[in-house]
Design a protein around this ligand. Structure first.
Ligand SMILES: Cc1cc2nc3c(=O)[nH]c(=O)nc-3n(C[C@H](O)[C@H](O)[C@H](O)COP(=O)(O)OP(=O)(O)OC[C@H]3O[C@@H](n4cnc5c(N)ncnc54)[C@H](O)[C@@H]3O)c2cc1C
Length: 479
């Protein structure tokens, strides 16, 4: 692995020197040029530190990651570009099948070791973003929902098949008319006490399930979210397990209409579709009932009452977000006739309409603080070698300074950073870049991306790659 990034960088550096120099064995020229730019690793960093840093970055599931990267050496994983839509989708599925059958992760890992599933996603994304998207819908959205909202009977039916891909699923939340505002969705699940079934129905064109990943071609099952109606009462949105295709011939089940959404701007290995349900009947057991149950007589039970949940959410928001709390306090001073409903409306109004920018800004600030704290924890760990600490500390400072620079206007106008310091932020970041440049090799190699997953002739033998007509494809090419 050590020589990998040097080779790639030397090839890329070759674009800075004349073509003749490269064809005349320009590697040495390139290395000289890079040394001139100060871009050669110093003795202070080397393979020991690189391996330690790679361990830190791949801090979990190291062996599983290594095995998955190794698996992706096979020809199946070489990127293919000018292929028909159907083939691209089939490729994504076949690749996913190889990873799923490798035994490196399974859906139950969400209970015992979720990092293994996240590591699988990271590895999958190196090779094929479409495969990674299909994986995340199968394991996170579909599988995760079955695991967390479903109960034993759903687990017995599906967990094994989710891991092996014998049961492919999709997650049908979004509707044409209801994306971010999914809580207002129209799809209904009406309990029919006479037959002990739910009737899943799409009442209007706006209620069709829209953009549903895996649904156009591959999914056998859908977790369908719908308004639960029992005897004229709406109990809110719940998830239902609905078979949408015959597992043998893959034809849509009766009453289920599936439309393919076709070509997209990218990720065409992902089959997105639209789903319509025409009074599709499913047994009462189709309700994912970990938190809400419907009894045989139609009586409904739920873990938390809506009032308690509303109060919980208000408290959570209040504690997390100081600025929004101030606005909410204003809201609480209104009429007392219906405090819960009034408060909810007020919170919604503030959150979605008045403070939308602040909410998003706060979310970014929260994430950046989390990242910085995690980095500082890693730096403070006793197990870290002095050499790696010396390398990482400026990397972490560069991250923080870069983010500070991005948001400098806010820090300056809030008076948190004096003007003189603010002016120096950009130069401080660039000085750190210069300081870190000689260690590029160690830093790059620590990401552990093997050559066979780079798939970029420009970082390989680009001259050899362009000797023959390859139509821009990589399969069967030397480069
Ligand atoms: C490739 C792809 C795959 C998908 N796969 C699935 C899937 O498997 N299952 C599924 O259920 N859904 C899926 N979706 C749908 C996806 O979840 C929705 O697109 C998403 O929830 C946004 O909804 P929308 O497209 O209706 O956008 P809208 O909700 O109409 O939003 C449009 C724009 O307005 C902004 N906006 C909306 N409301 C507010 C607000 N209150 N304040 C500020 N800005 C606002 C949004 O940020 C966005 O920029 C997929 C979508 C795509 C593109």
């Amino acid at each position: 692995m050590d020589a990998t990034s040097s080779r790639r960088l030397a090839a890329l550096g070759g674009h800075l020197v004349s073509a003749s120099a490269v064809s005349e064995g320009g590697g040495a020229v390139v290395n000289e040029q890079m040394a001139g730019l100060g871009l050669n690793d110093t003795a202070a960093t080397g393979s020991g530190v690189q391996q330690e840093l790679q361990r830190l970055l791949e801090h979990d599931s190291f062996e599983e990651r290594r095995r998955m990267k190794e698996l992706m050496k096979s020809e199946l994983f070489i990127p293919r570009y000018a292929v028909p839509l159907a083939e691209e989708r089939e490729l994504a599925l076949q690749r996913l099948r190889v990873l799923c059958h490798s035994g490196n992760f399974r859906i139950e890992d969400f209970r015992v070791d979720p990092m293994r599933i996240f590591a699988a996603h990271e590895c999958a994304a190196f090779a094929d973003p479409s495969m990674a998207t299909k994986m995340t819908v199968q394991f996170n959205l579909f599988g995760g929902t079955i695991l967390k909202l479903g109960t034993q009977r759903h687990h017995d039916l599906l967990l094994r098949g989710i891991t092996s891909l014998d049961d492919i699923g999709c997650f049908a939340l979004t509707e044409l008319g209801y994306g971010n505002n999914a809580v207002e969705m129209e799809t209904t699940a009406t309990f029919d006490a006479a037959t002990d079934e739910f009737i899943i129905h799409t009442p209007t064109p706006l209620a069709q399930k829209y953009w549903i990943t895996n649904s156009a071609i591959h999914a056998h099952w859908a977790v369908v979210f719908a308004q639960l109606l029992i005897g004229g009462t709406n109990h809110g949105i719940h998830g239902f397990l609905v078979p949408i295709r015959d597992k043998q011939d893959l034809r849509p089940c009766p009453g289920v209409r599936i439309e393919d959404m076709g070509h997209k701007m990218g990720c065409n290995g992902v089959d997105n579709g639209k789903l319509w349900f025409d009074r599709v009947r499913v047994p009462r057991s189709a309700l994912l009932d970990a938190f809400s149950q419907v009894e045989r007589d139609g009586s409904f039970r739920s873990v938390g009452s809506l009032e308690v949940l509303q109060a919980l959410f208000v408290v959570r928001e209040g504690r997390l977000l100081g600025q929004l709390v101030a606005a909410m306090k204003e809201g609480r001073s209104g009429p007392q006739a219906s405090p819960a409903a009034l408060l909810l409306r007020r919170v919604f109004d503030i959150w979605m309409r008045q403070q939308s920018d602040t909410v998003q800004h706060t979310a970014a600030a929260f994430a950046e603080r989390e990242v910085l704290e995690a980095c500082c924890r890693a730096l403070a760990a006793r197990s870290l070698s002095p050499a790696l600490r010396a390398l990482l500390e400026p990397v972490v400072r560069l991250y923080a300074l870069h983010r500070l620079e991005q948001d400098l206007a806010w820090f300056l106008t809030e008076g948190l950073v004096p003007l003189a310091s603010g002016t120096a932020v950009g130069e401080a970041a660039r000085a750190l870049c210069r300081q870190l440049a000689p260690h590029y090799r160690t830093l790059l190699d620590s990401f552990g991306i093997p050559d066979h997953l780079v798939a970029a002739p420009i970082a390989g033998d680009w001259a050899a790659y362009n000797e023959a007509d390859n139509q821009g494809e990589l399969l069967g090419q030397v480069w």
